[in-house]
Design a protein around this ligand. Structure first.
Ligand SMILES: [Fe+2]
Ligand SMILES: [Fe+2]
Length: 321
């Protein structure tokens, strides 16, 4: 397998798992292509073609050495120290879950996904879109102050393959948890039932047993009815607008499950009477990365994986029931 094939596999899996549905993602890509084709030549030259084929611009190849992959070093966050460690351990390729380079620069673009996911749960689509827009531009501005190409520059100097797979993996965990909730929804009456269901996910179990993580209840109470359980905050770049919770409540969402939540968002969820379960950041990101790595292993059995930097590694291949 080479790096392009690994990245293409990620995008394919991300589209298949996308909570909007693969057909909708393809439709959005076609729409973007039409917009591009309608542009004057001068503007087409400036247009980043990534957007025409990849619906997840926060998931990008940042350095391709052209060498085939043998040993991949995989972390939730990668810094220059991790790259040096990867090289010392003999890795030829590094995967970062959190985005770098243009992947970080384009983080706001994947947030659009949240609009359709909220609409799926009954939030009026125009409200979801209007509330998200200012938050998207806030994110777009905030990333620009960062030294975003630093780690990718180091990967080039070290001659390491480097790729970030952000929304691609977040889509995998979102779909996995969505299916889990759908399969068990008849059993979910109280918030405590939801906590119990999620606690059985391997990464959450290992996270608690070995690393001190624990599913957190940020808003609401275990004894509350859970109502409809929504996976609106697992994928879609980063946190959306805190103004959304009142509309979530009106749409019939009783409990939101997320990876992390700011105090501002927590207060707003509490005020809107929406329970909020925070499944913790590293274990949740690990679920998505692990689901991806299992597919990589299926495609290339000889590939060696070095789990690092916060990744709670668990393979569902070896542990198939
Ligand atoms: Fe993530
Ligand atoms: Fe994350």
């Amino acid at each position: 397998m080479n790096l392009k094939e690994l990245h293409q596999l990620g995008v394919k899996l991300g589209m298949k798992a996308d909570l909007r549905g693969e057909a909708k993602v393809k439709k959005l890509l076609a729409r973007k292509n039409k917009m591009y084709n309608d542009l004057p030549k001068s503007k087409q030259e400036k247009f980043d073609k990534t957007f025409l084929t990849n619906p997840y611009p926060d998931s990008l190849i940042l350095n391709d050495t052209g060498k085939a992959l043998k040993k991949i070093f995989v972390g939730i966050d990668i810094d220059v120290g991790d790259l040096l460690l990867a090289r010392d351990l003999g890795a030829d390729t590094v995967i970062s879950h959190h985005p770098h380079g243009k992947g970080l620069l384009y983080l706001d673009s994947v947030m659009e996904l949240q609009v359709d996911v909220l609409a799926h749960y009954g939030v009026p689509i125009n409200i979801a879109q209007s509330l998200l827009k200012p938050r998207m531009s806030e994110v777009a501005r905030s990333v620009r102050s960062r030294n975003m190409h630093r780690v990718a520059d180091a990967a080039k100097l070290l001659n390491l393959n480097f790729v970030c797979l952000h929304t691609v993996c977040d889509n995998l965990v979102a779909r996995y948890l969505y299916d889990l909730v759908e399969k068990n929804k008849k059993k979910l009456e109280y918030v405590s039932d939801v906590l119990e269901l999620f606690a059985a996910v391997p990464e959450y179990r290992i996270g608690e047993d070995e690393y001190g993580f624990k599913l957190q209840l940020f808003a609401g109470s275990k004894q509350n009815y859970c109502g409809r359980v929504a996976l609106t905050e697992i994928t879609g770049g980063t946190e959306g607008s805190e103004k959304i919770y009142q509309y979530c409540a009106m749409a019939g969402i009783g409990t939101i499950v997320g990876m992390h939540m700011s105090e501002k968002h927590r207060d707003a969820a509490q005020a809107a009477n929406v329970n909020s379960i925070i499944a913790e950041h590293m274990p949740s990101d690990s679920v998505g990365v692990n689901l991806f790595l299992d597919e990589v292993k299926k495609a290339d059995k000889k590939l060696e994986i070095i789990p690092a930097s916060g990744l709670i590694y668990y393979s569902r291949l070896k542990n198939k029931k």
